[in-house]
Design a protein around this ligand. Sequence first.
Ligand code: NAD
Length: 236
Amino acid sequence: MTAGRRALVTGAGSGIGAACVDRLLSDGCRVAAVDLHAGDMADRAGELEAIHEVDVTDAAAVRAIDGIDEVDIVVQSAGVVGPNVPLLETPADEWERTLRVNVTGIFNVMQATVGGMVERGWGRVVNIASIAGKEGNPNLGAYSTSKGAVIAMTKSLAKELATTGVLVNSIAPAVIATPMNLATAPEVLDYMLSKIPMGRLGQPEEVAALVSWLSSEDCSFSTGACYDISGGRATY
Ligand code: NAD
């Protein structure tokens, strides 16, 4: 049950974020979208509360989003895959960019939104991490590091807020069929697919269904968790 709640989805212009927008709209939420490229969402303007062309690494721009402190549900899907190289060959600028988007971006949006949730005594935060953050994918070192940080950051905030009515969880998908994987080297993709017992990619709508539950009142005794959605890949 989320009908009437105000939701903010980052990375809303593509892939998992776009599927979460669709799902939360069909759940009856009022949804505001954030993405680096608002153009991708122009045809959805009528359905959405607002479309914000914002880089989540820009803390001031995030804080300046109209109504940011009135949001009840935050789904953070903005992210980048980073360089496909051995860890020790990662260029410093690409290392920093990957961590800035995937970690600092999530921090910035939580810092701007969670205070209002705590004041009102209800909130749901769902951060999209990755199975890479639990297992460490080879040749995706910056990405894996960033997603491990998302899982830990989610746990820390969840424990701090455990009695406030604000629940903070992350999810750890394996490979999902989205545009993000267009940038992933074929051999890296084959490696990741070979690790999935179900033998197929996940679909963004399957991730959105989990996000929908984690955003709802039905989710009431879970916080600080990292939920698996990996076709059986995860072993812990
Ligand atoms: P995607 O590339 O299709 O979408 C990501 C969106 O984030 C894009 O619209 C992009 O413009 C936006 N974005 C990137 N940097 C941004 C920034 N600085 N500020 C605002 N928006 C920004 O990717 P996706 O596959 O939908 O991935 C969504 C999330 O799920 C990511 O965090 C990704 O790491 C995670 N994830 C994806 C997979 C997968 O296989 N697709 C698996 C595990 C986790």
